[in-house]
Design a protein around this ligand. Structure first.
Ligand code: FPP
Length: 245
């Protein structure tokens, strides 16, 4: 049955941008006596399901924390396994993503990635750049502090050559030098597995994001969990430091 027009008008909007810290793949595998990389493989199925369900929920931007700048410290076999999963995901899903109007953007330090992965993600970004149904941002070799430091360096270079005065540096100027330029800040950050921290994820951009922590491990996260998180977000009052009056 369709909702009455009045209640539709009053319904709080869904989050435009959802960012997810996909945590718990290792514990999911361990609980089953499996190697950690099988947990990551199962995690890719959860990625596919979430990406397919964003549009139905009104989400326009989805950022997934796939590999942090600190994840390079993991054992070589695990890092290699994760990189292989990313290769497979982009190779296998690119056509469907492109057909479904998904624009792909990758944020993170490309200098540390293998040249074939850089080529794959460049190609994925180019082939999908005009799509607008959903923007899928994959954070890969990404660290929030590194991103802010890199932005500060570029701003400092402009000050050094006299292109910018120190008093012209504002929050907007800094945001314009981040890799997320042009992408609205996340309205909602979800972290699975019960851990409650940001782990160097989008530190600047999450200043006013709503945070939702879910006890399920990432491979068990399904479309109904995303819908439930969106529902909880819509029940929250966002005040951005104001009184809400
Ligand atoms: C955290 O779980 C998860 C990761 C470090 C990797 C996430 C990657 C994927 C889900 C697959 C690839 C992604 C895409 C976009 C194709 P953990 O290993 O830290 O789990 P634990 O805390 O239980 O050990």
């Amino acid at each position: 049955m369709s909702q009455p027009v009045a209640s539709q008008a009053l319904a709080p909007p869904p989050p435009r941008h959802v960012a997810i810290i996909m945590d718990g793949n290792g514990r999911w595998a361990k609980a089953r006596g499996l190697p950690r990389n099988l947990g990551h493989r199962q995690g890719v199925d959860a990625v596919r399901e979430v990406v397919r369900n964003c549009r139905k929920l009104g989400i326009e931007y989805l950022t997934l924390y796939a590999f942090s700048s600190e994840n390079w410290k993991r054992p070589e076999t695990e890092v290699a396994g994760l990189m292989e999963l990313l290769r497979l995901y982009i190779r296998r899903e690119l056509e469907e993503l492109r057909r479904n109007g998904v624009r792909i953007r990758i944020i993170g330090d490309r200098a540390k990635l293998a040249p074939d992965i850089v080529a794959l993600i460049d190609d994925a970004e180019t082939k999908t750049r005009d799509n607008r149904a959903l923007t899928l941002i994959i954070a890969l070799s990404y660290g929030g502090q590194d991103e802010i430091v890199a932005a500060c360096r570029r701003i400092a270079e402009q000050v050094a050559v006299g292109k910018l005065a120190p008093e012209q540096i504002t929050a907007d100027v800094l945001a314009a030098h981040l890799q997320t330029v042009g992408i609205p800040d996340p309205d909602l950050v979800i972290r699975t597995s019960g851990e409650q921290r940001l782990s160097n994820f989008l530190l600047w951009q999450t200043a006013y994001s709503e945070l939702i922590f879910i006890d399920k491990l990432w491979p068990d996260f399904a479309a109904e969990d995303l819908a439930a998180a969106v529902g909880e977000f819509q029940r929250r009052e966002r005040r951005y430091g104001g009184s809400g009056e």
